[in-house]
Design a protein around this ligand. Structure first.
Ligand code: HEC
Length: 453
């Protein structure tokens, strides 16, 4: 007699084979077909990560990618593990939302149970065309790191400050900058600024080091050691936050004339914070940037309010979570002018549990921003409202967050639990942070009608 476990794997194997070989299993009166019903759901919600260049470890594009994984797909969608979408869709919707309806989940399950019928797969769009759609248009320029960064296999976080010089033949309008992680498993987050040198004040862009370990260098020495100063020792102008990357985040363009900036001939990306997660084995990273030029003079550059840790408004009370406690913290910030929000980024580390943000207008009305009921450190998105979101001057933004420092929290980095706090803005994942980053442009009449994608 078969052991129970091997019986199950045998069943699984039969189903997998059945799916791969297109064998029709008995079906209900209306069969669920891959081409007609399932492919559109997967292409819409999964393939942008599940392709060769995406964040996920395997592709989900073709019937032959998907059918053998039908059971697993039915499982992860039913449990709502995939697609990862931490924001509560009953609170607010976003332009970049990936979320399956209950009907879509049931359909996937039925398809898997009915034997993964392919339907008319010949009618589907060719995968190469689909993949092209998920990748952005061709960039105008690709800028690589001058050399790979070595991440040693010592199981601890690595924080680097990095300089990546690039020269252009003439003054250029940059519409967008996209960071592409080299080692997707290790690159955790990156904040990028551009330093714009006056060619007369900077001889050699390659002076100094390309990168240094943040923990091993005095912060006052960093610019000097990286050769980021002008030749006379003064600071060159900088455009902040041209590109940021967090786990799960996806690059997108703003509408014409929003965002964008002008640069001269001599420039350097300045990654004041490039964080690699812990690794058990030595590895290299060669991340790079894609630059997209603009054709119109930028009218409204995107600015940001960062509130909470290291920001314009403090976390209250001080962000310290004693061992074995679940504690709630607040941030409160009054908006000084009329703004149109184009993006928000909630940020916490491992023991973050719940994140909720909204604004109260001077009239007393509430503007919902975001609610995350079950914070997951791995999926941190740039949430883009469906249309530009006006927040009038004098509105107060309230942020509330729970941090769970009990042993029952599976994401607790310490066992037994120990005090976890915000340590002078330490970005280590085992310390905590509580931030909301709001990207905005000054409000103009009609912004409410501008659709973001
Ligand atoms: C934002 C990117 C992203 C999207 C969108 C996404 N995935 Fe994933 N998926 C991942 C990553 C990354 C992993 C690797 C495991 C992990 O980190 O959880 C993964 C893992 C998986 C796994 C393996 C789980 C396991 O336990 O082995 C399955 C199955 C899966 N995804 C299916 C889907 C399906 C189906 C969809 C759409 C309905 C989807 N994913 C959407 C990024 C994504």
């Amino acid at each position: 007699m078969l052991h129970k476990l091997s019986y199950i794997s045998l069943l699984l194997a039969i189903t997998v084979l059945a799916c791969q070989n297109n064998v029709k299993l008995p079906s209900q009166s209306e069969p669920v077909l891959f081409a007609a019903h399932i492919a559109p759901i997967i292409h819409q919600n999964c393939s942008k990560c599940h392709n060769e260049d995406g964040a996920a470890p395997f592709s989900l594009i073709d019937y032959t990618d998907i059918a053998p994984k039908a059971k697993l797909i039915a499982y992860v969608t039913e449990k709502r593990l995939m697609p990862p979408w931490p924001a509560d869709p009953s609170y607010t919707h976003f332009a970049n939302e990936t979320y399956l309806s209950d009907e879509q989940i049931a359909l996937i399950k039925r398809w898997s149970e009915e034997g993964c019928l392919p339907g008319d797969t010949a009618s589907l769009v060719q995968p190469e065309i689909l993949v092209k759609k998920w990748r952005q248009d061709k960039p105008d320029l690709i800028v690589h790191m001058p050399m790979p960064i070595k991440v040693s296999g010592n199981n601890s976080d690595l924080f680097m400050v990095v300089k990546i010089p690039f020269e252009l033949p003439q003054d250029t309008i940059i519409r967008a900058v996209e960071f592409v992680p080299g080692n997707k498993r290790l690159v955790h987050h990156v904040n990028t600024h551009i330093i714009q040198f006056d060619a007369a004040k900077k001889g050699n862009l390659r002076d100094g080091k390309y990168f240094i370990n943040q923990d091993q260098t005095k912060s006052t020495q960093i610019h000097k050691e990286l050769g980021l100063l002008n030749d006379d020792g003064t600071y060159a102008p900088m455009t902040p936050s041209v590109s940021n990357y967090l786990p799960g985040s996806q690059f997108s363009f703003y509408p014409d004339e929003i965002g964008g900036f002008r640069v001269g001939k001599k420039n350097a990306f300045y990654l004041n914070d490039m964080h690699f997660g812990p690794s058990p084995i030595e590895a290299n990273d060669s991340s790079y940037y894609k630059i997209y030029y603009g054709h119109k003079e930028p009218k409204r550059p995107v600015k940001e309010f960062q509130i909470g840790t290291l920001g314009l408004a403090p976390v209250e009370p001080k962000l310290e979570v004693p061992a074995n406690e679940l504690k709630t913290f607040h941030i409160k910030f009054t908006v000084p002018t009329d703004i149109s929000i184009v993006n928000i980024v909630p940020h916490m580390h491992l023991i973050g549990k719940r994140f909720w943000a909204y604004a109260i207008k001077p009239s007393g009305d509430t503007i919902r921003l975001i609610r995350i009921n079950d914070w997951d450190f791995r999926w941190q998105y740039f949430y883009m409202p469906k249309t530009m979101l006006k927040v009038p001057r004098g509105s107060t933004i309230y942020v509330e967050g729970d941090f769970d420092n009990r042993a029952s929290n599976p994401n607790n980095p310490f066992n037994p639990p120990q005090l976890i706090a915000e340590r002078e803005g330490s970005m280590k994942t085992t310390d905590e942070m509580f931030q909301l980053i709001i990207s905005y442009v000054p409000y103009e009449k009609g912004d409410e009608l501008i659709v973001l994608e």
